[in-house]
Design a protein around this ligand. Structure first.
Ligand code: MN
Length: 229
């Protein structure tokens, strides 16, 4: 091999390595997605004004503050799942606002005006784990009812593919390394007062009962299938 060839190959290798390194450094695109239905679409369970304030003020603030909190850091190059999985390493503002952004994205996706039926392998897994759909709902509502102050109730899949119910404080969720019950959340219920106070005031239990009428079971099932794969 002559010197010219060696120089060419060396230059090519260097160019390819630098391109790969540059690719590693592509920023993640975090975005504030549109609400997938109108503010009044869930009226039977959640009123229009609550939806508007919840999405456009509360969720938007979590998103904006999350973007600010990660600016200029390694987190701009990580996925949300990667950030949440090592949240203990990062400032509390990322935990609160990144959690807030992720949790609300999930929440809007698992709600739907059409509702839909709980069936298929998710329904089977729920009956197997909790005895019946009604027992499952009772336990889930219990998790929300006993969360003192602000937080969430969750149905998640653990690393063995098993369903479990849990609750977390503030904007924590089961993907975070700081929580005791870890897994992939497939259904979440926001039990912060901002989620229900206008219509239900202090009656969190009534809000939780009404929640079942607007659950998007198709989306929850899709999340279940993806988590157990
Ligand atoms: Mn909320």
């Amino acid at each position: 091999m002559n010197v010219r060839k060696i120089t060419f190959l060396f230059t090519l290798t260097l160019f390819l390595s630098l391109s790969l390194m540059a690719q590693d450094k592509v920023k993640t695109e975090f975005n504030f997605a549109p609400l997938p239905y109108a503010y009044d679409a869930l009226e039977q369970s959640i009123d229009k004004q609550t939806m508007e304030i919840h999405y456009d003020r509360h969720h938007r603030a979590y998103y904006t503050n999350f973007v600010k909190a990660i600016a200029g850091t390694e987190m701009e190059y990580m996925t949300m799942e990667q950030i949440l999985a090592s949240i203990s390493k990062f400032p509390i503002s990322v935990r609160n606002n990144g959690g807030g952004h992720y949790n609300h994205d999930l929440f809007w996706s698992i709600l739907s005006p059409a509702g839909g039926n709980l069936d298929g392998s998710l329904a089977e897994a729920i009956v197997k784990k909790f005895g019946s759909v009604d027992d499952f709902k009772k336990q889930f509502e219990q998790a929300g009812a006993t969360r003192f102050g602000s937080g969430w109730a969750w149905l998640s899949v653990d690393d063995k593919g098993e369903l479990f119910i849990s609750s977390t404080a503030n904007q924590d969720n089961p993907l975070m390394d700081v929580v005791t019950e870890k897994g992939t959340p497939i259904l979440g219920l926001d039990v912060w007062e901002h989620a229900y106070y206008l219509r239900y005031q202090n009656k969190r239990a009534s809000y939780m009962t009404a929640f079942w009428n607007v659950v998007n079971w198709k989306e929850v099932s899709n999340r279940y299938e993806a988590a157990v794969k």
